[in-house]
Design a protein around this ligand. Sequence first.
Ligand code: ARG
Length: 564
Amino acid sequence: MDYKATLIDILKEVPELKDIDLEPIIEIPSDETRGDFAMPCFVLAKTMHNAPQKIAEDLQDKLDIAPTFEKVVAVGPYLNFFIAKNVLVKNLVKKVEDEGDEFGKSNMGEGKSVVIDYSSPNIAKPFHIGHIRSTLIGNAIYRISKRLGFDVTGVNHLGDYGTQFGMLITAYKKWGDKEAIEKNPIDEFLKLYVKINKEIEEDPEKRELAHEWFRKLENNDKEAKEIWQWMRDLSIKEFKKVYERLDIKFESYNGEAFYQDKIPSVIEELHKKNLLVEDDGCEIVDLKPYGLTPLIITKSNGTSTYATRDIATAEYRKETYDFYKNIYVVATEQNLHFKQLFKTLELMGYEWAKDCVHVGFGMVSIEDGSLSTRKGKVLYLVDVLNKAVEKTLKIIEERNPELQNKEEVASKVGIGAIKFQELYNQRIKDYVFDWDKTLSFEGETGPYVQYTYARANSVIEKSGITPSFEDIKVELINEDELKLFKEINKLPRTLVDAFEKFEPYLISRQLMQVVKEFNRYYYNNPFISEDKNLTKHRIAIAELVKTVIKSQLSLLGIKTVERM
Ligand code: ARG
């Protein structure tokens, strides 16, 4: 039920309000004593020819708010509206019952396609901690979009092309050990990569050989192509191991190389549209009039660029998926690139350029340097996951040594902790990865949320009752329960907000509010008592909270455990 829409309908009954756009005016007060909605009456002073206080008082008497609202109070120039308890409780329980693990779902995305380009590592280079952000933020946006009914395509736009492959092939031809690579591809590629970089640094002439191999690759040379394909396959196989642990699947692995054969037509198109300028042997799109540096389309040696491939990519996605939104989850370091890209698409005459969105994020750094020295200078994502699980297992051994399938629990909780902490802050902020904070069972962490879920489960088990939502009785709802229901009630709206702003943290934060309310409720009210109906009522609420937590954690890609 959309309470705000109902409120607007009620207000529209007043003739003077009929033509006012009330949607942006009505607020949700941060302080619950001020009701569920507040309407400031300043804006009405002009049309209603009266002082805001007076308007609020008049409307308080005039409005016909039943049955959805039970109270409207004028406080100074504000009108505060309170949703009727029985309506709120009944609707919410029904919604949780109907939607279950998909709580918050909607059909707002029906018939609309969303493409999400995320994770997208460069495959000649290691998959390290820096990739965690795009991978997890992107996957959360993917899940959020799905819940809202969009037709979603997750694309891993692999960096599987470019000069770095020339370098890698050069290094492989020189020092490569096929067997060693197949055993341990990522480490061996890194070694080769570091070695060739060093050599080129010492002797820049050597760069030419790398360029040569890349040119061969661009010209479909058989040997170059074969080595490239082999490296790509090996890398993807390794990446998939990490994705599997993170429970992430992509609809497409079309990376940069996929667009190679579409480059000539892009260049021709840019020519035809008079957008290409010759500049020092390069071909560029001049973006000075828009306050941007030029977008380089071909380099002086004739090879295409990351940007050229991104133009081809955007066109391909429009043709293939006819997207409503084409989202790129990429670090803010690439802000300029995406500004240039979207501007160029606009100049090419594509009205859909406005549907392309760069969802940027800040940097992650790590406090604990111990891991970073073990393998060169790189902190592998897979090692971070392993360490999270290991550490969680240790905590569980201490807290609950009797627990069954400890490994499985540690994996869900440990990986869940990493995900939760990654998705608990506005994405634009830089953050420092901190083991203790991430894995703590107290404070605003993933384990705390998962622990609350397990606690709700444990009280249900202890009661021996099979919970049924029918046992939730409006007459029995107390203050603590009402507060809890009100926090839960905000979640569906938060989900839509999170999609519109591409900010998963809005969900994790609101979920935290629910969890805190539940815990407060849990401490203040005995769940199991002599009163049979009250016990059934509370056990059913515990079940409802379980469903809600599970449904929201799954938006963040986090699994729940019944015991921990
Ligand atoms: N591979 C790039 C990197 O690691 C990210 C690619 C993002 N997607 C895109 N279509 N440009 O920096």
